[in-house]
Design a binder for this molecule. Sequence first.
Ligand SMILES: [Zn+2]
Length: 420
Amino acid sequence: MSERTLTVNGRRYAWPKAPVVVVCIDGSEPAYMEEAMKAGMMPWLSRALPHGTKRLADCVVPSFTNPNNLSIVTGAPPSVHGICGNYFYDREAGTEIMMNDPKYLRAGTILAAFADAGAKLAVVTAKDKLRKLLGKGMKGICFSAEKANETTMAEHGIDDALAFVGLKLPSVYSAGLSEFVFAAGVKLMHRDRPDIMYLSTTDYIQHKHAPGTAVANDFYRMMDHYWAQLDAAGATVVLTADHGMNAKHGPDGKPQILFLQTLLDGWLGKDVARVILPITDPYVAHHGALGSFATAYLPEGEDVTAVAVRLAKLPEVELALTRAEAAFRFELPQDRIGDIVVVSKKAFVIGTSADRHDLSGLDAPLRSHGGVSEQKVPLYCNRKASSLPVDAKLRNFSAFDLALNYAEPAIAGAARRAVG
Ligand SMILES: [Zn+2]
């Protein structure tokens, strides 16, 4: 029997046999779910995983939100879809360009392709900055929790999502912003039974609270409660993350920062190099625009390799690569990264200069991401995937591949009861 399939960005996907929900839990270092399950806070997941799939996968580096969300929905690395951070530098114009606009997306999404082929689609994100990128070219429902009060049928596929979900509009810096995403997902599942749903949260909690802490466990218990309801509705649920999250401070609680612009100013002369921090976005209070990945543009004629070699020797630096090396190793678009890519070690972040980071919003010791130290993420499913090789090197952007091509039909009675 031939199966209906769609090919998107060179990968083949089977038509969903049951509703598919892919969840991107922002900043979900694997230890968060491990610790919450150990503490008995995730009863549904604890019961579902023995009947399902529990793997680890590598996310995209830079281990930032947008590159990874776009990789998940395109099933492809940034070298294909073009989104490798929140900013790139236009050397000719001498300006930093924000990559939130869908025009910078170079590949179609799995979501848009299935919608075009007649599938019913729903996408809910926490922050509005991701909505337009994820929903590019997609027919169906697509809105953010942040602006749920502004939705219209014409633009978002749903009028007044706020009233539909029935919760208060959450603050952009709150656990409630992510809870809204799941509350919306459950309501949409019950009302519309979408063929494919993509739900994406924000890492506000993970930036402040380590795995196993009371606040983190509460957050995961909240999510578990909603996932149980999606599971009870018969959905194939895949859980993954855009990136992990690590402490970036010393024993004194102070952030450990390599100020790269200041350093290169000292080596090469003031403002000769231009450092770009692609984590920078309009919502920086919880991380002060400090992550473990930076790129630097050097003037023509500068010995790039020599600078990279010198940077690689610094105690804070995990990797310093030339553009070509970084593009090859991390599958990045060469035209949107600098001459040098610098990745810091696990307990460090990279800044520009001390005066350009407002750390006044940091009310907890810094936790952040961006490097290879945040590359391991969960790839879980409430269904078995027996034909997925045990030694397969998995990426988080195989989430739809797992859900559509490998996840097996539900076993009657197994982990199908809703919790609470
Ligand atoms: Zn993120």
